[in-house]
Design a protein around this ligand. Structure first.
Ligand SMILES: *[C@@H]1O[C@H](CO)[C@@H](O)[C@H](O)[C@H]1NC(C)=O
Ligand SMILES: *[C@@H]1O[C@H](CO)[C@@H](O)[C@H](O)[C@H]1NC(C)=O
Length: 290
């Protein structure tokens, strides 16, 4: 508790110092005020892309000497990304997934692009300008705070016995698929990434998909795709329809008798109303004649 508050005090002092120094640079260079600091919310679903907004064009540090500062993105706990010209650094958990394009940075856009977004990426992110001048080396100036909310996928599927169930894995970080049968209370593992395809379960050679072939009523239940950290990427509820799957033409033939009755009813009703109208017309005609 003691260390936290003293650390916090030191941090606040540092912030005051940074604000003062940026104010000083600010008054020297540009009279425009610092942009308001706002927290924006970005939402994405697993496997998608998230753009965490950031603009550093109006920051005096950047305006005066863009080559003497660099961009840094961090969560509250760890560094995520840094870019200094062509050199960039990504945290291991964001390897190959996080970037601030260099050409965008040059035009003042320091937005962080996270691709193949993971559930575990949910959290608060902050962007900073880090000074590289000898007298201010390592001084960080806060730019923006962004909250990222990553949601999982949910779907309901319904198949005839004998059909194939295609489960989307959504990301290469999906690691296994577990199943809860309709009449069971225990989850069982049906697939693991290192598994070889057997006759029944097949991982697509390119796409992030697992196919369970020839589903039967015993396959009815809930499937969950789980990532490396044990977090649910996707939940699929499978229903098995009654009866066997029938070819399309058979389907249409089956359809006719059930749809027939109301159609006949309708045309019968139409005939009756037509008859009534003609009686009416005849009645009018007779009245005119009289
Ligand atoms: C900044 O760049 C990102 C992509 O890197 C883009 O989605 C966003 O619209 C840009 N923002 C502005 C204000 O141009
Ligand atoms: C669960 O029910 C299905 C039919 O819906 C049946 O085929 C299967 O054997 C049952 N499994 C267990 C473990 O009772």
């Amino acid at each position: 508790m003691e260390t936290t508050s003293s650390r916090h005090r030191a941090f606040s002092a540092a912030i005051v110092f940074i604000q003062l120094s940026s104010f000083w640079i600010c008054t020297l260079v540009d009279s425009s005020p610092l942009p308001p600091t706002t927290t924006s919310l970005v939402t994405s679903s697993v496997g998608g892309q998230a753009v965490l907004p950031c603009s550093w064009k109006s920051l005096p540090e950047v305006a005066t000497a863009p080559s003497l500062c660099h961009i840094q993105w961090a969560t509250l706990a760890d560094l995520v990304f840094e870019r200094l010209g062509q050199k960039m650094w990504q945290a291991p958990e964001f390897k190959g997934r996080a970037t601030v394009p260099e050409e965008k940075l040059g035009s003042g856009n320091c937005s962080l692009i996270i691709s193949d977004v993971q559930i575990g990426d949910t959290g608060s992110y902050e962007s900073f300008v880090v000074m590289d001048t000898t007298q201010n080396k390592g001084v960080r100036v806060f730019i923006q705070s962004v909250k990222l909310l990553v949601s999982d996928h949910k779907s309901i599927k319904s198949h005839h016995p004998g059909e194939d169930l295609v489960l989307e894995l959504h990301t290469s970080h999906s690691y296994r698929v577990v199943f809860l049968s309709r009449n069971s209370s225990m989850w069982s593992e049906v697939w693991r990434r290192e598994d070889k395809n057997d006759g029944r379960l097949e991982k697509h050679p390119v796409h992030e998909q697992v196919t369970i072939k020839n589903v039967q009523s015993s396959d009815e239940g809930i499937y969950k795709v789980i990532d490396e950290h044990g977090l649910a990427v996707s939940t699929v509820q499978l229903f098995i329809k009654e009866g066997t799957a029938s070819p399309k033409t058979q389907d249409r033939l089956d359809y006719v008798p059930t749809d027939c009755a109301p159609k006949i009813g309708c045309s019968g009703l139409f005939l009756l109303s037509a008859l009534i109208s003609s009686v009416h017309i005849l009645h009018h005609y007779l009245l005119l004649l009289l």
